[in-house]
Design a protein. Sequence first.
Lengths: 399, 262
Amino acid sequence: MSIEVKETCTGCGVCVRACPFGAMKVAEGKARIGDACTLCTVCVRSCPYHAITIERPTIPVERFAEYKGVWVIAEHEGGTLKAVSFELLGEGGRLAKGLGGELAAVLVGNDVAGLVKPLGAYGADKVYVIEHKLLESYTTDAYTDVLAAVIARHKPSIVLFGATIDGRDLAPRVAARLRVGLTADCTGLEIDEKKRLVQIRPAFGGNIMASIVSHSRPQMATVRPRVMKAPKPDETRNPKVERVEVTLDSVTVRTKVLERVTELTKPSEKIEEAQIIVSCGRGIGKQEQLKLAYELAEVLGAAVGGSRPIVDCGWLPHQQQVGQSGKTVSPRLYLAAGISGTIQHRIGMQSSDTIIAINKDPEAPILNLANLGVIGDLFQIVPKLTEQLRALRQAKELR
Amino acid sequence: MKIIVCVKQVPEITEVKIDPVTHTLVREGVPSILNPFDEFAVEEALRIREKHGGEVTVITMGPPQAREALVKCLAMGADRAILLTDRAFAGADTWATAYTLSLAVKRLEHDIILCGKQAIDGDTAQVGPELAENLGIPQITFVKKVEVDEKARKVLVHRETEDGYEVIECRLPVLLTAIKGLNEPRLPSLMGIMSASKKEIQIVTAADLAVNVEEVGLKGSFTEVVQVFAPEPRQKGTVVSEADPDSAAKRIVEFLQAQAII
């Protein structure tokens, strides 16, 4: 690996201010690179004269042994860790044991020290804390710069990201920066006899499964939320903490988030986080009838989803669409009411733990997928089901 | 505006199966289509051109028959099409694909690069961001609205998040990945189809890109598929027909209790 400053450098010092690791200085009218350089490429982008170049050759196989331990990139929002972070720690811990290495979490944000303790409780032996005001909320550039640099410096063997909206934006950017492989949206991870990470994922809409290995280090993957099990937290654990100091300049963050708009506020609208999803299809007939689903969801503590036709009609926001052009979900229970079960829909929900289907058509393909299929009229069955569950809940509360 | 759209030809996935004997993909007789998410990308490119002028170039990497996907884009209204095709490109993972695309894109003027959020065969959503990194330009993924400010050379974009959207501003050049809902893709008109058949598709090989063949295709890939297998079939369930809604609901409640879900 090498970084070079070309003749076109004017010694203007822009790169000195841009370097997150304080590795640049200007001497004798030219930029100079110090030992703190992590080859993060921020200076390359910042240079107005295109005078800095980085060559990052691929890591040869002989040096794979230098890469040790498992890293989990923690994701958080509004001061709390997302469930996927705990799931990754559970899985990461299992892999670290298989490799005989340490499990570390990487916490990127601003004023996030309070999240160290829970990361430890869920299994992190060590937490790297990277805090800066420009890391307050997610941007591709700032997060890629600091993560690629810290990964290049510490050389973990495995790095796991949640396959969330931001995780799937960030992980490929970091992987490309480091020139390493990345496997998307894994649903299974194993360590093989050669101590390699075997990454298992569905492809072709879940019609096939593929096992994938990486010929580069670190081995990087994004992991589908809600597939791995979060471990039981142990509040007595105290992880080692390593603070990584960075200086960032807003100039190198090329996207500017002007506003964050929250449209879905209720748990009943968030299908990705839901343990139970009540989902409706064309069979619901009218938008007003969706209230039957919301009432059932309320007693079950569920979210409401839908298949493509009712989203296309504008009855439900796109964020709540399950299926190929919407979201892939795998809740504990998926209750499909009035959904025939086209392949495009099944792709989005066939990995659910348990599936119940209510449909008036005995030929509906969804019935073949269901653990329990009920042939009947949803307009009669769903209200009765809500009523019975509500009575059960009240009886429980009285006890 | 110079707009480049990266597209992929994909199999109609509903037809893809694993051969139970050989454990390999059965592709014979499986029809190919333009990746549905790429249609949103092409449509948005055409709309930007209609509003601001410029040129829309579609580009794909694939076997010779991938030209069919480009023909569809031309029929929708794209100005020109480039097919990156070479035996050396075969077997590329997302990194090798993005790297090869970047070599071709670097030779073209580009203000906006559009991709579908993911292809429906691999579902990785990785090529867009990996291409942006190879080009050294910013990216905005999962985009559901785009406004171009030509004078300021900026875009204002709505990016879908888990519970809403972000409003993001970014200077050009930028790479955007399109989701469903960005627009309603047009159907190729008869005129479009006729003129598409007359437009030339530029063929680009590894030699044209002056690339080291060790760095593209299977050899240039960092990941390797070591096994493909059929997913475990779901356990056969019970299907009941209950005329009385009360007893139907009761069956569901009992099932939920037996499964310890409630």
